[in-house]
Design a protein around this ligand. Structure first.
Ligand code: AMP
Ligand code: GLY
Length: 425
């Protein structure tokens, strides 16, 4: 069968790699893809802000399955549009993707279904916000309602800075576009956990829990990024806690969406804060995480296509996911300056030697093949990913591979996984 993957980042490279390993798959097409993906899949250009263009491409390619990577096409209703034309697509409908595309919708949904989340207020005007804010003690979290590529959350240490951040969101100064709604939230403390599940609209199957490092600097300092690294270990979440999250958060979410006639089929990414009063939902994403997907897929032993098709067909109850035991890590190599301004077009070398490190997969997030040269083309350039029997070993492999790779200004955090390693002898 032919599989079409929409997207151009490290997540899509990992998906293309995993799907190509399925015995059932004969061809992988990625649109638009990137320089790394082009080494193993056919890449075709497409603008994923344009639903008609994506549908036209899918109609021409006639894939047996389309997998949607990023949130933007989901928010535009790509899955609805493909399904209307009889094309099988993995991902939620536009209505179900609202769990990610509107924070106001997600917060109201969580409250309606008694799912634990931070106390909040949703405001449509600055005056409303000024009244609501008095019920919150600093630090106060101020969030844009809509998609903001990780830039829509401001943690404010005073009432005044929270008001300024909210004004920045309403006026459009902060994100370029004016927000119609702003969410304010109480600040939660704890370790964050990425809890991803597959769902067919009724059943929920958890993937491996993962921990993402969102800040650019070591020790989890500095500005937020799309994710600088992530790891999974068998010890990250105790079985009883996993059960609790399934019973009180994941299942009620999927059942709630079904009750409201917007069944969620796809990957439900639950961003959790593990607080002293238990896990609380920080956010939902309606798609695979990036770079979580890279670290998850290197441990997936069962066929990914079977699992994704079971989601589409409502057969997830019968599906079985098998994972390699141990751990995995993905360390992101980024351009100097990221998440601020950075240069692109810099030659990348050493990938051949890096690929020879056992257990390592180098997934490309922002690279472009120009003639014979592979060049940097984004802020996050590579996700060097390794699976092994232990987290120490997975990290050692990833860092060994990274030592082989060069491009001008290459930056990566050297402390990925430190929270799991801390306290170990
Ligand atoms: P979100 O897009 O809602 O996940 O927010 C992005 C990041 O902001 C999260 O991964 C957290 O690190 C942080 N964050 C969001 N909401 C809160 C909160 N209520 N308390 C503390 N940190 C938060
Ligand atoms: N790793 C965070 C995200 O995919 O949104």
């Amino acid at each position: 069968m032919k599989v079409l993957i929409l997207g151009s980042g490290g997540r899509e490279h990992a998906l293309a790699w995993a799907v190509a390993r399925s015995k059932r798959v004969t061809e992988v097409v990625c649109a638009p893809g990137n320089g790394g993906i082009a080494q193993s899949a056919r890449c075709v250009p497409v603008n994923f802000k344009n639903v008609d263009a994506m549908v036209k491409l899918a109609e021409a390619e006639q894939p047996a399955l389309t997998i949607v990577g990023p949130e933007l096409p989901l928010s535009l209703g790509i899955v609805d549009a493909l399904q209307e034309r009889g094309l099988r697509a993995f991902g939620p409908t536009r209505a179900a993707a609202m769990l990610e595309t509107s924070k106001g919708f997600a917060k109201r949904f969580l409250q309606r279904h008694n799912i634990p989340t931070a106390k909040y207020a949703i405001c449509s005007t600055a005056a409303e916000l000024e009244r609501a804010i008095d019920a919150f003690h600093p630090p106060i979290v101020v969030k844009a309602d809509g998609l903001a590529a990780g830039k829509g959350v401001v943690i404010c240490t005073s009432r005044q800075t929270a008001l300024e951040a909210a004004h920045g969101l309403f006026s459009g100064e902060l994100l370029g576009e004016a927000e119609r709604q702003v969410v304010i939230e109480e600040f939660l403390e704890g370790d964050e956990l990425s809890f991803l599940c597959l769902s067919d609209g009724r059943h929920v199957v958890p993937l491996l829990p993962a921990q993402d490092h969102k800040r650019v600097g070591e020790g989890d300092t500095g500005p937020n990024t799309g994710g600088m690294g992530v790891y999974t270990t068998d010890e990250l979440l105790a079985p009883a806690m996993r059960e609790w999250i399934m019973r009180h958060i994941a299942e009620p979410t999927v059942h709630g969406m079904a009750e409201e006639d917007t069944p969620f089929r796809g990957v439900l990414y639950i961003g959790l804060m593990m607080t002293a009063r238990g896990p609380q939902v920080l956010e939902f994403n309606a798609r695979f995480g990036d770079p979580e997907t890279q670290a998850l897929l290197v441990r997936l032993e069962s066929d990914p296509v079977d699992a994704l098709e079971a989601c589409i067909d409502g057969r997830l109850g019968e599906a079985e996911l098998r994972w390699s035991p141990g751990a995995s890590a993905c360390v992101v190599a980024s351009s100097a300056g990221y998440p601020g301004a950075y240069k692109t077009g810099l030659p990348i070398s050493g990938l051949g030697a890096a690929a020879h490190v056992p257990g390592v997969q180098v997934f490309h997030a922002g690279s472009a093949q120009v003639g014979p040269q592979l060049l940097t083309s984004g802020g996050r350039v590579l996700g060097v990913t390794a699976a092994a029997g232990s987290l120490e070993e997975a990290l050692a492999r990833a860092y060994q591979a990274l030592a082989e790779i060069q491009f001008e200004g290459i930056y990566y955090r050297r402390d990925i996984g430190y929270r799991a390693l801390r306290g170990k002898p």
